[in-house]
Design a protein around this ligand. Sequence first.
Ligand code: SF4
Length: 73
Amino acid sequence: MSWHVEVDPDSCAASGVCAGIAPHLFRLEGDTAEVVAADVEPDEAALDAADLCQTMAITVVEVENGGQIGPRP
Ligand code: SF4
């Protein structure tokens, strides 16, 4: 199983919260965050970042079934 992590650059406010929570998953590049690797092993930190992103710019999807699992409801 693997997860696909995305940042929507149009929604990102460049707060750096995601990179602070999970620097192994996110980094700030200029005025937007980027993912370090799009497809990752399941990692709770990815969901935490998606939950805490104030603009909901981060989505986490299960690669196998395409279901969105982050941000959590
Ligand atoms: S937490 Fe959200 S708004 Fe802040 S840098 Fe990350 S993706 Fe952008």
